[in-house]
Design a protein. Structure first.
Length: 321
């Protein structure tokens, strides 16, 4: 596994930008076989009231109509840059790639099945422009269903607390859905934290490291629409690992995803600049997080032992579940 900032994987040629200067905002959309909702997702981005942005679409070697949808938008709007990986490099690597290619002062990660309100960028840019001590602006979220029907509205203050330990506690809490991952972020801050790694809840670790730097700012207005539907969930954690590392379906490798997450938290604390007292309190909060993770950590170990006793073919089938 190599998620360094220089590991962009091979791809087809980057569509040249016709804009001579970098845009204010870069939006990164990573997609694999997203034709069902992709048109609406892109439409919600290119129709923003704030116009000074680029949209970087990284297609993970889709086999459906994703390519055609993206090319139509790229032909109509020179702010859209479409890139296609020759192989599926995994979901996190592809998301990271959109960030590595970004040229804007601010960055927003987008998903192929979510939507944003027309004023999303305008409102969030105004917040970051007005507050140099803020690295992340997050809005309220509307959870929508398969047909776009509203299910519930969420307004989470996770990451906005005054104390570092409080921010770590709220973001590490398994009940928090990490909506801030799809907020607007200062690119200079993203370059100073470790990008997502190939394990479950890697976005939670990135948000935690950003929150250790500075509190988030919340716009309570629900400007982000998160789609939840049957195909967006994984029944088995091994199947979820294939989203991160598709090569596992071929190699049958053994992974301990929750142990990887726990280790990444430890590394995060080691990288963060803070005093001894803050570090100690934050370490206690992570111990609390590990206690809540104890079942997942135990299941990881048991499952790894079971997989170790089976042949590679059986492990491949498990990743297909």
């Amino acid at each position: 596994m190599n998620d360094s900032r220089h590991d962009h994987a091979s791809s087809d040629r980057v569509r040249p930008s016709t804009v001579s200067r970098p845009p204010k905002v870069s939006v990164g959309l990573a997609v694999y076989n997203g034709e069902t909702y992709l048109h609406d997702a892109i439409s919600s981005i290119v129709t923003q009231t704030f116009r000074d942005f680029e949209l970087i679409i990284c297609d993970n070697d889709s086999t459906d109509g994703t390519r055609e949808i993206c090319l139509r938008f790229a032909a109509e709007d020179d702010r859209v840059r479409y890139l296609r990986n020759p192989v599926n490099i995994g979901g996190v690597r592809n998301e990271n790639r959109t960030m590595f290619l970004a040229r804007g002062e601010y960055f927003k990660l987008a998903a192929h099945d979510d939507l944003i309100a027309p004023e999303f960028l305008e409102r969030c840019v105004a917040v970051l422009d007005a507050n140099e001590n803020c690295d992340v602006c997050v809005t309220g979220a509307v959870i929508i269903g398969e047909r776009g029907e509203p299910i519930e509205t969420r307004v989470s203050r996770a990451g906005t607390e005054s104390r570092r330990s409080q921010r770590i506690r709220s973001i590490a809490d398994w009940r928090y859905s990490c909506e801030a991952s799809y907020g607007l972020m200062r690119m200079s801050a993203l370059r100073e934290v470790r990008p997502q790694m190939n394990h479950v809840h890697s976005d939670r670790v990135v948000l935690s490291e950003l929150a250790l730097r500075r509190p988030f700012v919340l716009l309570e207005e629900p400007l982000f629409y998160k789609r939840i539907y049957e195909q967006s969930a994984y029944a088995d954690p091994r199947g979820r690992m294939v989203w991160y590392q598709p090569e596992l379906a071929r190699t049958g490798g053994i992974r301990l995803p929750h142990w990887q997450q726990a280790g990444d938290y430890v590394a995060m604390l080691g990288r963060s600049r803070m005093g001894i007292a803050d570090r100690a309190v934050c370490s206690v909060e992570l111990l609390r997080c590990y206690w809540h993770m104890r079942r997942d950590l135990a299941l990881d170990a048991v499952d790894a032992l079971r997989m170790a006793t089976r042949g590679r073919q059986a492990r491949r089938r498990r990743y297909d579940s």
